[in-house]
Design a protein around this ligand. Structure first.
Ligand SMILES: Cc1cc2nc3c(=O)[nH]c(=O)nc-3n(C[C@H](O)[C@H](O)[C@H](O)COP(=O)(O)OP(=O)(O)OC[C@H]3O[C@@H](n4cnc5c(N)ncnc54)[C@H](O)[C@@H]3O)c2cc1C
Length: 357
């Protein structure tokens, strides 16, 4: 049977491994346990939450959110939807379930082993050289395979967050723009009196403790204790890898580099692309087409995120949600929000006109 080597046991590598049948898969993860150390906040939209719930178990989706409070220099905006539009994924349960599924297919998942790039036929792993028929590069945002195969370095953004014991406010996600020089910051209640408070910046912040306290202060969240910090880096949007190299080496997840321009999330693109990649192992043009299609939409969204001040996003979201045009899937597909923003004044007018008539 032909052999697929997967480098990286994060959500991207494990999802791909859990979907491959009729081939041998050998997956390498450099850390001793899947899903650790943790770096992600784990907030996703309906498409991504449904994808993982169907693939694994509904238990990987811990909870959903309808209420968002945006804090901007122009004021605070509460946006409330009639249905849950954002969801919190349970980690490392997600990685554990993906690893179980891949193992049950007979695949070999090796933890504590770092792979190194050699060429389009083999990698170095542990003490040996391992040959492959296909290589799936899923080594995250800072992995060395991107540099090796694309011949350049990437620029990053830095995300840091604290697990917080807090009081009240269990149902609202807070999003802030421009606090303490951060691109944006957040407080996400995750249940049982715990929440995640964090921020994304262009460069490291000297004292994460006081930065997180500032985030909590602006959000007006009362907290008892900061229980610990974790974080990582995000690829700056717009620095894509080639989707594949000669139909032998495929990139996915942060290694591919598709990141949502408003929230900087990457899990949506894993959910969108994992199955397409697996189905394209013999026909890379299909994968390339889908990556390019998503990249075009992503670049349209980036164009809009670049021209407006981010402070304009919440009032726009409020208009779209009150026009009744919002569909929960729009959380992941911002280009739909942009189109609906353009259409909503007209539709609100037509609705009013119809009801008066
Ligand atoms: C602070 C922060 C908050 C975030 N919040 C969200 C969010 O709310 N929603 C969202 O959608 N996205 C979020 N993201 C982004 C999200 O975490 C990534 O898009 C997602 O983890 C990508 O999955 P991945 O498998 O490609 O990469 P990773 O999760 O980084 O996994 C890559 C794995 O490869 C392993 N590895 C690397 N090199 C090697 C090697 N040479 N050999 C063997 N193993 C190797 C690493 O140890 C790692 O386990 C956030 C990111 C950060 C930093």
């Amino acid at each position: 049977m032909s052999r697929v080597v997967v480098v990286g046991g994060g959500p991207a590598g494990l999802t791909v491994a859990s979907l491959i049948r009729d081939r041998d898969v050998l997956l390498y993860e450099e850390h001793p346990r899947f899903g650790e150390p943790r770096h992600c906040t784990s907030i996703v939209g309906l498409y991504t939450a449904s994808f993982f719930a169907k693939l694994l178990t509904p238990r990987v989706v811990k909870r959903g959110y309808k209420r968002f409070l945006f804090h901007t220099r122009l004021g605070s905006y509460l946006v409330e939807f009639s249905r849950e539009v954002a969801f919190y994924l349970e980690r490392p349960l997600l990685e554990e379930k993906l690893a179980d599924k891949a193992s049950r297919l007979g695949h070999s998942l090796q933890t504590g082993v770092r792979a190194k790039p050699l060429d389009t036929y083999s990698v170095r792993a542990g003490d040996g050289i391992v040959r492959f028929d296909r290589l799936v590069v899923a080594d995250g945002s800072t992995g060395e395979f991107f540099r090796f195969f694309n011949g350049r370095r990437r620029e990053y953004l830095y995300g840091l967050q604290a697990l917080v014991e807090h009081e009240g406010g269990e149902d609202t996600i807070h999003v802030e723009y421009g606090v303490g020089g951060a691109l944006f910051s957040w407080f996400v209640p995750i249940g049982d009196g715990l929440g995640l408070a964090g921020y994304l910046t262009e460069r490291h912040v000297g004292d994460p403790g006081s930065a997180v306290k500032k985030v909590l202060g602006v959000a007006g969240v009362k907290y008892r204790r900061l229980l610990g910090f974790f974080g990582g880096v995000v690829v700056k949007p717009g620095q894509l890898s080639r989707p594949h190299i000669r139909g032998r080496v495929f990139f996915i997840g942060d290694a591919l580099g598709l990141v949502k321009p408003f929230t900087y999330g990457g899990l949506y693109y894993v959910a969108r692309l994992a199955r397409v990649l697996v189905e394209s192992l013999e026909n890379p043009a299909t994968y390339e087409r889908e990556v390019k299609r998503l990249a075009r939409l992503n670049s349209l969204e980036r164009g809009f995120s670049g021209i407006g001040v981010p402070e304009l996003a919440p009032p726009i979201l409020k208009v779209v949600s009150s026009s009744g045009l919002f569909n929960p899937l729009d959380y992941d597909e911002h280009f739909r929000l942009i189109l609906k923003t353009a259409a909503s004044p007209l539709l609100v007018y037509l609705t009013l006109f119809k009801s008066v008539a």
